[in-house]
Design a protein around this ligand. Sequence first.
Ligand code: HEM
Length: 144
Amino acid sequence: MKNRLLLIATALVLAVGPLARAADAETELGAKMEKMSGAFRAVRRQITDASKNADTLAKLATIRENAEASMKFEPAKKSEIPTAEQAKFVAGYKADMKKFLELLGKVEAAVKANKNEEADKILKEVGDAQKAGHKQYKKEDKKK
Ligand code: HEM
């Protein structure tokens, strides 16, 4: 009986654990980013597969919608920036997010034109923009 309870408890933890982690974003901006993350992973996997272009475009739209929504928030790191520089920091974040969206638009256009190799190349730049954005605007203690 004891063993059985342990088994049930373990099964519950295993089942609920990943769900709890998925909803684990600490900020509203973090929650938008989490949504971008799942879609971006799938796009990276299938960008060169033209038979998946319809799905790739749907996932790119998810990234775009969440990136657009991200512009309405301010990075948590703002609180670590001297008050006099905060406005510049937030403006820089928004400008970089806008550039990110422009780049994403180029990927969408290439996929729509069935130019998958070209889309793949631009997607690498999207990945670079993600890294640069995180380096500059995300708190050090955050994962990824
Ligand atoms: C494909 C593109 C991107 C993906 C997949 C992505 C993904 C993520 C993930 C998974 C997190 C952690 C979220 C959490 O707290 O649980 C995060 C955080 C963050 N990302 Fe991104 N990101 C992308 C692009 C960008 C860009 C372009 C910028 C800035 C211009 C940016 C700025 C941030 C910031 C500031 C945070 C910390 C959240 C906060 O301060 O509240 N990200 N991102």
